[in-house]
Design a protein around this ligand. Structure first.
Ligand SMILES: [Fe+2]
Ligand SMILES: [Fe+2]
Length: 260
């Protein structure tokens, strides 16, 4: 089984591009084309949040149009640059939407996938509320021997870069206690930090993923940051490929050069 993690496209419509100095819509279009060219082809894509940069319905419509070019299904969860109401209305086609959390679980091949919603509206940091924690425990307790992959926007672990660690999941120990107690959990895939980190915990690895939009600095923040651009590098867009074979997980980062 092969799947792809795309994250943090931060899209706005073309008339409001670029986002800082990067055309994020073009970068998502290129990433989608690169996913479609992969061989073997993935079975599906998971997009782990920050779909838009401004939480506007017009931005979600543009994301949806760009993702419609994918030749495989795409599962989406929000990040801190999302808002649940337009997200639900545009991405999920819901009317009279209520801003409830956007969780999902499904089985694919030998794995169970659990998608969490860490959006804390109005905050850059994230939370997993008590309802989701109970839902997660229920799913894990009834899981058979399948390997579990958890997908979420905010990383629940310290990465060792202070300015990023200040923006993480709050009260992460509540989630980690549950994951640590369930040996079926093999992989946690996160976005938010626009960079590739890997942290090993008991029986699972926590990976973060480079962004589709723009990569952040991995080194300490210049203090104080002169502008948003001082947080960013010129590295290309990228995404994560995950291959699962007989319980073995292999993952690589795939860079996406800009092209017209
Ligand atoms: Fe982001
Ligand atoms: Fe984020």
């Amino acid at each position: 089984m092969r799947f792809v993690q795309l994250t943090d496209p931060h899209v706005v419509p073309q008339e409001r591009q670029p986002v800082h100095k990067f055309n994020t819509a073009d970068r998502l279009r290129c990433a989608v084309a690169a996913v479609n060219r992969l061989r073997p082809a993935p079975d599906f894509v998971v997009m782990t949040g920050d779909l838009t940069n401004d939480e506007q319905a017009s931005s979600y419509r543009h994301v949806k149009t760009l993702l419609s070019e994918l030749t495989v299904p795409c599962h989406v969860i929000p990040g801190n640059h999302d808002a649940r109401k337009p997200f639900r209305e545009v991405m999920l086609g819901e009317s009279n939407s209520h801003p409830q959390v956007l969780t999902e679980t499904f089985i694919h091949g030998e794995c169970r996938f659990i998608l969490l919603d860490t959006l804390d509206e109005g905050q850059v940091t994230g939370v997993v509320d008590s309802g989701q924690l109970a839902w997660l425990e229920d799913i894990l307790s009834s899981n058979d021997s399948r390997s579990v992959v958890v997908c979420m926007h905010h990383p629940p672990v310290v990465l060792g870069v202070q300015w990023l660690d200040d923006l993480m999941l709050q009260d992460a120990h509540q989630l980690l206690d549950i994951l640590d107690a369930n040996e079926s959990v093999k992989m946690v895939l996160c976005g938010h930090v626009h960079h590739d980190f890997c942290v090993a915990r008991k029986h699972y690895l926590v990976h973060t993923c480079p962004a589709v939009s723009v990569q952040f600095r991995k080194e300490p923040l210049p203090s104080p940051a002169e502008s948003p651009l001082s947080l960013m590098t010129d590295d290309p867009a990228a995404f994560r490929i995950i291959d699962v074979t007989d319980g073995n997980f292999e993952t690589t980062i795939h860079s996406v050069p800009d092209y017209p």
